[in-house]
Design a protein around this ligand. Structure first.
Ligand code: ZN
Length: 236
């Protein structure tokens, strides 16, 4: 049976690699993004540029890549007060989670993605969640997503599979996956177009991409890139 995928694509490094992974594997791939009043609109801008570049540089994938959907989840701003949507500093709270955490945000994303997938005839949801190098968001953990897969399949009365190809990979291995899927062209695309920085900085291009280089997201991206480069592209 042909599986058709909907990729949760935020414009970040991880979801961009997941999009390439899905394009390599599924005959039909669509993308979904969420506009929840992010402080930095750059995330929503780079996702369109990344899709455009993938279409232009990878003709085989362009044939498979269908519609992009952007869902307005500005309602999240009403129920959450976090540093992603308000101009406050990123800090770690008593429970060990960064204040960037919007409680249950990922659960909402998957529920909306599943509804769109259902209407579009897509049966696989692909997300870039990762437990390995991770801030510990409980709604991004493997067991949460396995339970979500079951809940969605029951609630929609159709098989809905959640794939998380990066779940057990280090950031270095995520770079290696990009390299094996699309060679230098894909890693360069990920470096130059995807956005990870919590502060929305895009003024200087580093070897690992744009960003402030200091925030937890930049630190993770930079360290992963350097680890990948240090062991050599082939062995990571
Ligand atoms: Zn940063």
């Amino acid at each position: 049976m042909t599986q058709r995928a909907l990729v949760l694509f935020s414009g970040g490094q991880d979801s961009a690699v997941c999009l390439a992974w899905a394009l390599d594997r599924f005959e039909r791939v669509e993308t979904i993004g969420f506009d929840y009043g992010q402080r930095h609109r750059v995330e929503l801008e780079v996702r369109l540029e990344t899709i455009k570049a993938l279409r232009a540089q990878f003709p085989k994938w362009a044939q498979r890549l269908g519609d992009d959907h952007v869902i307005d989840l500005s309602v999240l701003g009403q129920i959450s007060e976090t540093s992603l949507t308000r101009d406050v500093a990123i800090a770690y709270e008593k429970n060990g989670l960064p204040n960037t955490f919007v409680p249950g945000r990922n659960l909402l994303f998957f529920n909306f993605a599943a509804a769109v997938a259902y209407r579009r005839g897509l049966d696989v949801l692909v997300g870039g969640m990762c437990e390995t190098d991770f801030s510990g968001y409980p709604d991004c953990r493997d067991n949460t997503l396995k339970a979500t897969q079951l809940s969605l399949s029951l609630g929609l009365d159709t098989k809905m599979t959640i794939e998380t190809p990066l779940m057990w990979l280090t950031k270095a291995r995520t770079w290696a996956m990009a390299q094996s899927l699309g060679g230098d062209a894909l890693t360069q695309l990920v470096i130059e177009l995807t956005h990870t920085c919590y502060h929305g900085v895009r003024d200087a291009l580093h070897a690992w991409g744009y960003g402030c280089g200091e925030c937890p997201a930049c630190a993770l991206r930079k360290a992963g890139f350097e680890a990948w480069r240090s062991v050599g592209k082939a062995e990571a």
